[in-house]
Ligand binder design. Structure first.
Ligand SMILES: C[S@@+](CC[C@H](N)C(=O)[O-])C[C@H]1O[C@@H](n2cnc3c(N)ncnc32)[C@H](O)[C@@H]1O
Length: 286
């Protein structure tokens, strides 16, 4: 099918969804061979409370392959980390936004949390948006956004914003995205933004999800040296040119601290937290 104009700035706008859904997370627990990874978390109550369906692997960006419980638990872990950091910095979370939420891996946990959080998500992929609005609990609402940095949300309306594995794929207008996130956050509000750093490249091995897309990139030998280091402040590995969400982006951490630090106060940088990507925890200045 010829490209339609919406798909210059979003994905799957013209597609009508046909989803098969999976039973709730508790039903996948026994069969999941990777569940031990999450043994350190106290997820029992949340697991009992979450009676909502799970997306099939193909409807969740491939996350955790056939390990459906692990997919659920990874979202639980990320939501817990968000709330722990909000508590640490004394932010009461009433309104939460997850940009690039896909089919709600993290959003579902924030919506189901006992704190009564109003959870909003957005994604450029219409199929993800449809999935969320069909199958997530009604406390979550999700809108279809575009790669143009503009959110239909009021100034100073969010206490907490997250972008998990999104700035890792934004190759254009990232500073406008920062300005947009700063606009919607309340003064003192927090942003949790994951990124690929120079360390991501040197740390990664064949078992990382990132390995194949980066190492199979046709010109990778021209942009990385033998130690997998790159020159300059930013490396964009772009595998398709004619559509959105088509690249992996890496930054030097000091460069990001400087640039993101102009939009927010950077309060923490955590490396490989909790798994592959680094995270910059930012705070809107009062
Ligand atoms: C690697 S997935 C991560 C999904 C989800 N955040 C998670 O951690 O499970 C990246 C998601 O971001 C979306 N995306 C990419 N660029 C975006 C943008 N500029 N605005 C909103 N969503 C975007 C993609 O459609 C995709 O669903």
């Amino acid at each position: 099918m010829a490209a339609i104009w919406e798909d210059m700035v979003s994905l799957n706008s013209g597609k009508e969804p046909e989803f098969n859904i999976l039973p709730p997370a508790a039903q996948h627990y026994e069969a999941d061979e990777r569940k031990k990874m999450f043994d350190h978390l106290d997820y029992r109550e949340a697991l009992a409370r979450d009676t909502w369906p799970l997306p099939e692997t193909q409807n969740r960006e491939g996350y955790y392959g056939p390990h459906h419980f692990s997919f659920w638990a990874s979202g639980f872990q990320d939501a817990k980390n968000l709330l722990d950091v909000a508590d640490k910095y004394g932010v009461q979370v009433r309104d939460y936004l997850d940009i690039g939420c896909a089919s709600g891996r993290v959003l579902r946990h924030m919506a189901l949390n006992e704190r009564g959080i109003r959870a909003v998500g957005c994604d450029i992929n219409r199929l993800h948006v449809e999935w969320c609005n069909l199958y997530l609990p009604p406390q979550a609402r999700v809108f279809h956004s575009s790669t143009i940095p503009s959110l239909p949300l009021a100034d100073n309306s969010m206490d907490l914003v997250s972008a998990f594995s999104v700035f890792t794929h934004i190759e254009a207008f990232e500073t406008a995205w920062l300005a947009e996130l700063e606009r919607v956050l309340r003064p003192g509000g927090l942003a949790w933004l994951t990124f690929h750093s120079e360390h991501t490249l040197t740390d990664m091995n064949e078992n990382w999800p990132l390995w194949k897309p980066v190492m199979n990139y046709p010109n990778i030998g021209n942009v990385l040296d033998a130690e997998r280091k790159f020159k300059g402040n930013r490396l964009v590995v772009r595998w398709q040119n004619e559509r959105s969400y088509a690249s992996n982006v890496f930054y030097k951490t000091d460069y990001l601290k400087n640039v993101w630090g102009r939009f927010f106060k950077v309060v923490e940088v955590r490396r490989r937290f909790p798994q592959f990507q680094d995270v910059m925890i930012c705070r809107k200045r009062a």
